[in-house]
Design a binder for this molecule. Sequence first.
Ligand SMILES: [Fe+2]
Length: 252
Amino acid sequence: MIDLHCHIIPWVDDGAENAHIACAMAEHAYRSGVKTIVATPHSNLFGVRGCRNGNYRGRSYTERLSMFRALLKQHHIPIEVLPGAELFAQPSNLRQLLENKQVVTLNHSRYLLVEFDFGSPGSAITTALATISRCGYIPVVAHPERYRCVQENPRLAVEWFAAGYVIQLNKGSILGRLGSGAQRAGVHLLTSGIAHVIASDAHDTYYRPSGFQSLLPVLKRLVPPQYTELLLEKNPRRIIQDRPIPVPEKEI
Ligand SMILES: [Fe+2]
């Protein structure tokens, strides 16, 4: 399995607090069957939620990633870690970042993981996603089920899905660890087939842990096994290989 969204690189954002925690997250994920993690530190989130760096990219990013890979090797944890980021879409500088290519996509693909303020109006999110698409990227909408507008009107996520954007649900939402609103919306989107990927969005080893062990039995109850495979393996692989994602209904 592939975890497409994980705050595992230590000392970068509000994810892994230190090398010990980062290695424990990697080990836990590996034991649950995850063989590849895309490291997605927060980006463009200056000073918010304890982030120590607003926008890692370029050399500072690759150096951190290399250090972390070396650390995993040293601890004999054979998990693959690929580059990525979770871009916080600020209306004030989104277009500028995209046009200047100051973003880190998922494993150098066209796919860009993007998050929004949880209280953003749906229309603002739709506009931002269209801007990202016009600039040549494929938006991967991080945890739409956590946004208030989607909880009130899940049709919004259906519209984004129909527009060709990738819908990424959080493991914690499906498990009910991120509130009842996120769980209701997440399970609704999942069971309606309006999801391409489920990722851990892990930040630590306890409150928002890595791995899919606890998720698998829940998915088994909710969706057919072919859909689980799409969500945790096939679609994330297409994304990291920069390949298109077919409409899920055709594959299930
Ligand atoms: Fe995240």
